[in-house]
Design a protein around this ligand. Structure first.
Ligand code: NAD
Ligand code: DAU
Length: 352
């Protein structure tokens, strides 16, 4: 059966890499990118592939059940890879309900649409839900998140993602929809919206603006190059066990302050600035409320069972990322103008 795969959130950071990979690698599949084009969605992210004959775009909000149904019928959708979400923790602290609407209700809308459209034979179809390691909560100084770690979300964002994961599981159990879930660690790379740590700090270093490090800077994140997340999604989509879950990560933990110092050093070299110049921009600011201390993914299962592993080291991935931002100043300027600037001023006004 020919595959017509609906990828939601394909105009966002990770979604655009997944769409590009599938459109260019699987010429016999039709790839339908469904995205509401919120502040985080940008069709410029896909301008290199939007002419491809197996690529289609639908501007639809996943809250609009009728329009979802029309898209399923129009394109005869066979499978879903669901990435559309509100994704920024700080925004979830300011506006939790936006996260409930898109991440919870939007996901349930999509599940209902798939369930209804595929009801004659669930065995031919897959609903793949892309989730996050943040559902597991925070780790102490040791240990890793495995697929059996109990959920313990601490932010409105992670609570909404945890809830959507539970709905996906419930639809598999109750209605026999075929599903798979993956929970990935922090991504970085090209097309990352400059509200998140790495692209925000690259942009601020370029513009010699302060680098706002939350709290004591000793929070730890586990970083994966976005193109490696896309290949992991490809692997899980094609070879993952039905109704199972996979953790995705690169065993690559960094304390925020160490990462920021490395970024400053690499940027000084690339920009021809004096050694230590960008580090002087580091400014400790008020902490994020409910800030999770440490994330670390145990990616043994996807490696052992499906043979996936990351393709680049952190040093290679970070260098590629910095080069991309330096070569794509037009993209950066386009997304940092207008509404985004207002959000930025608002977000950091009360952090001191
Ligand atoms: P992003 O914010 O860059 O992109 C989200 C996309 O979803 C945007 O294109 C946006 O327009 C679209 N969208 C938002 N609300 C929508 C709605 N109601 N209807 C239709 N489209 C809508 O996010 P990202 O960083 O690319 O994350 C993608 C997915 O991966 C999310 O589900 C996120 O939870 C998950 N994830 C992200 C990371 C990370 O480090 N960024 C890590 C693990 C998992
Ligand atoms: O772990 C996966 C998650 O990673 C994804 O599910 C989320 O969608 C994604 O946004 C990301 O969440 P984080 O909160 O970890 O990412 P963020 O880039 O916002 O922050 C990374 C760390 O840097 C975190 O400890 C907070 C800190 N930080 C962040 C910003 C934006 C700062 O110190 N200063 C900042 O200005």
């Amino acid at each position: 059966m020919k595959k017509n795969i609906l990828i939601t959130g394909g105009a966002g950071f990770i979604g655009s890499h997944v769409v590009r990979l599938f459109v260019t690698k699987y010429l016999s599949y039709n790839i339908i990118n469904l995205d509401a084009l919120t502040y985080a969605g940008n069709l410029e992210n896909l301008k290199d592939i939007d002419h491809c004959s197996n690529y289609f775009f639908e501007k639809v909000n996943i809250l609009e059940a009728d329009k979802l149904k029309q898209v399923f019928e129009k394109h005869q959708i066979t499978d879903v890879i669901h990435l559309a979400a509100e994704s920024h923790v700080d925004r979830s602290i300011l506006s939790p309900l936006d996260f409930v609407y898109t991440n919870v209700i939007g996901t349930v809308n999509l599940l209902n649409t798939a369930k209804e459209f595929w009801k004659d034979d669930f065995s031919k179809h897959l609903f793949y839900h892309v989730s996050t390691d943040e559902v597991y909560g925070a780790l102490g100084n040791t240990g890793f998140f495995t697929e059996t770690t109990p959920y313990h979300p601490n932010s409105p964002y992670s609570a909404s993602k945890a809830s959507s994961d539970h709905f996906v599981r419930a639809y598999a159990e109750t209605y026999h929809l075929q599903t798979v879930i993956s929970n990935c660690s922090n991504n970085y790379g090209p097309y990352h919206f400059p509200e998140k740590l790495i692209p925000l700090f690259i942009n601020n270093i370029i513009n010699k603006k302060p680098l706002p490090v939350y709290g004591d800077g000793l929070y730890t994140r586990d970083w994966l190059f976005v193109k490696d997340h896309a290949t992991a999604i490809d692997t899980v989509f094609h070879n993952g066990k039905i109704n199972d879950t996979y953790n995705i990560g690169g065993f690559n933990e960094w304390k925020n302050i160490d990462l920021v110092k490395l970024l400053c050093k690499l940027m000084d070299e690339k920009l021809g600035r004096n050694e230590g110049e960008s580090e002087q921009l580091i400014t400790y600011v008020k902490d994020r409320p409910g800030h999770d201390r440490r994330y670390a993914i145990d990616a043994t299962k996807i490696n052992k069972e499906l043979g996936w592993k990351p393709s680049v080291t952190f040093e290679e991935g970070l260098a590629q990322t910095i080069d991309w931002y330096l070569e794509n100043t037009e993209w950066l300027n386009n997304v940092t103008s207008g509404a985004y600037e207002k959000y930025y001023d608002n977000m950091y006004a009360n952090r001191g």
